[in-house]
Design a protein around this ligand. Structure first.
Ligand code: UDP
Length: 184
């Protein structure tokens, strides 16, 4: 473990597309494995890693709403989709030697622990990677909100967002290796 770490505990926000195949849709176990390897490198430095995963590769509430669906129903479907992604990530991470726990904001005991803040913190202290599924558990929100919320709750030093979704950049994101979150 290194003592000169800039951040001791990070909340990594992964968009669902990070798990998708070439066009960013579906779940590609090889992409999940790639991600897992990269997370392991950071974890091996001695950083506590918690992850919030999105579901843009499977379902976004917006897609249903545009076709006339009830907003809350479409959003709940999105939250359930994040749990599928969380399980895919858990599988890849455990295969690459990490110990993980999935916590879901919507209770589903057969596949994930319920979200319990103090338990999540305890897992991190024990060196486990915690993957948060089902967003905030509330419709009308996004997994970005969930990332900010969980980061505050677990005392993360920084939120790092890995996404292909368009945003506001201060340089070309494909060329620039430094993310503003890391240089802040
Ligand atoms: N969602 C929600 N509440 C939350 C988090 C997510 O209702 O707290 C729903 C919402 O419909 C969203 C979908 O889940 O579109 C998938 O999350 P998001 O779009 O944030 O995924 P990402 O873009 O990060 O892949």
């Amino acid at each position: 473990m290194q003592n000169n770490l800039k951040y001791k505990r990070i909340l990594l926000k992964l968009s669902g597309e990070a798990l998708g195949g070439a066009n960013g849709s579906g779940i590609d176990p090889l992409e999940a494995e790639n991600l897992a390897h990269r997370v392991r490198e950071v974890h091996e430095l001695g950083v506590d890693v918690a992850i919030v995963i999105g579901a843009g590769n499977l379902w976004r509430g917006r897609a249903g709403i545009q076709r006339g669906m009830d907003r809350a129903t479409a959003d709940y479907m999105g939250m359930l989709a994040t749990v599928m992604n969380a399980l895919a990530l858990m599988d890849a991470m455990e295969r690459s030697g990490m110990v993980t726990r999935v916590q879901s904001a919507i209770e589903m005991h057969a596949v994930a622990e319920p979200y319990i803040r103090r338990r999540a913190i305890r897992h991190l202290e024990k060196g486990r990677i915690v993957i948060f599924g089902a967003g905030t558990g509330n419709p009308f929100f996004s997994t970005d909100t969930a990332a900010a919320l969980r980061a505050m709750e677990i005392g993360a030093d920084v939120v790092i967002k890995a996404t292909k979704v368009d945003g506001v950049y201060d340089s070309d994101p494909k060329k620039s290796r430094t993310q503003s979150a890391l240089t802040a």
